[in-house]
Design a protein around this ligand. Structure first.
Ligand SMILES: [Zn+2]
Length: 168
């Protein structure tokens, strides 16, 4: 099933997200539908709140054909080295700006089979993981861009918000 993507201004993107308590068929179906939706719009990551589901899970496909289904993620370590890289977001269409983030990190989460996964991620995997994690905290990449960049997109964001609210 392809979900409708919720866009900037939709309160669901800023709502608290609950821990997934049971990793059951219903959760696995949502994860599969998140993957289907992400691929349909050529994204590399999609978090549950972006489709209106306020649960702490997301999917990432930073390399074609390699999908991580992530439930209740935590960060264990960050690299001290940070890198600046352009990001975009399916919920903030048309806007791409640089965001500074740790280059690599160690994470822990549950996979769709309920197994604990601990691994180190770097480059695009690390970036996408952090971007999706932010969605679980109600944070969008545009909250993290430089003030001058933010001023440049302020009007577009305001219009996007109006459009979103009109169509809710
Ligand atoms: Zn996003």
């Amino acid at each position: 099933m392809i979900y409708k993507i919720r866009t900037y201004g939709d309160p669901v993107l800023r709502t608290e997200n609950n821990l997934v308590e049971n990793i059951d068929d219903e959760v696995r179906e949502i994860l599969n539908d998140l993957v289907e939706t992400m691929r349909d719009i050529s994204g590399i990551g999609l978090a549950a709140p972006q489709v209106g589901i306020n649960l702490r899970m997301f999917v990432v496909e930073a390399e074609e054909g390699v999908v991580r289904k992530v439930i209740n993620p935590e960060f264990l370590e960050y690299s001290s080295k940070k890198v600046d890289h352009e990001e975009g977001c399916l919920s903030v269409p048309g806007i791409h700006k640089k965001v500074k983030r740790p280059e690599s990190l160690k994470v822990r989460y549950f996979n769709e089979n309920g197994e604990t996964v601990e691994e180190e991620l770097d480059d695009l995997w690390a970036r996408a993981f952090q971007h999706e994690y932010d969605h679980l905290e109600g944070v969008l990449f545009i909250d993290k861009i430089a003030p001058v960049a933010k001023r440049l997109v302020k009007k577009r964001l305001l219009n996007m918000k109006k459009e979103t609210l009109k169509n809710l």
